[in-house]
Design a protein around this ligand. Sequence first.
Ligand SMILES: N[C@@H](CCC(=O)N[C@@H](CS)C(=O)NCC(=O)O)C(=O)O
Length: 312
Amino acid sequence: MILQNVQDGTARLAGKALRLVWGKNKPVTITVVVVVGVMKIWSYVKKQERRRRWNNAGKDVVVLHIPPRGFFCPNISPFAVKLETYVRMAEIPYVVDHEEPFGPKGKTPWITLNGEDVGDSQMIIEKLAAKFGKEFDAHLSPEEKAVAHALRVMVDEYFFWCLGVFRFGRERGRHLAYNTSLPWIFRPFMPMFINQYLEATKVQGVGRHSYREVDELGRKCLQSLSAWLGEKPFMMGASPTDVDAAVFGLLTRDVFCPPVSDYTRMLEKDYRNLHALCHRIKEKFWPDWDKCLDLKGRDRVLRMMERGKCSS
Ligand SMILES: N[C@@H](CCC(=O)N[C@@H](CS)C(=O)NCC(=O)O)C(=O)O
């Protein structure tokens, strides 16, 4: 009996829904179906076109999928800077794609190499290092390798979240306006994106502490990196390794881009060797730095800063 009633109710509801979309609203329904269908086909064709382009980049040429160029540093994504720096260190031929920055794992950066897609900056680096014989830490002892690994994980998987809480929590994403042009259509969604990111920091754990506590956690990361670096030219000695690429990726924004942050001040005052390391890496591996910037965006921000609309 109950089952019969449920079935009747469902049938009545389905009938009503059908009348709604196929009754006097039929022209609207047809229009929506056609528009959505055309958009899907168009997006599929475009994706195929892009895929053909990436596959034709050339044998052993890395297609680096990253967000658009930043205004004061080559990319707003620290992991994109890290990976591009490694590819430059290793002198691996590459081309850049900004059309599809989010890859197989839903994150940026990612690469396509000889038709194969790979996600995650570190997994990519390890794959490229093995393929092209560019294992920069090959000469290190097992103990040194362990230290390098621990430092790199601290930077990528821990310090990154401390910085995130500072930038998106304490500063509410203020740095974005200085370093990237967000299409106007996305702007109303920014608060939602920021809150979503802050929820992720809570799941990770760092976001559950107070801002002051997180600042202290971040400062301790810088202190450890700085103490380990000491007077050495690079993190693991005389020559750069992927830890340097990771440190550079994470610190670039605070060293080279406005607005001045607490981290900028710490790097300039207390951890000068890290600041100098970033400048060294920039000079060595990014001689074309300015060519890798969105200069129009940079000039616009500089003009706004002059007029006092953005504080440095
Ligand atoms: N472990 C990844 C982290 C990449 C990552 O978190 N990228 C951020 C941008 S900096 C991202 O794509 N965030 C989007 C999201 O998490 O949905 C890697 O090393 O590539």
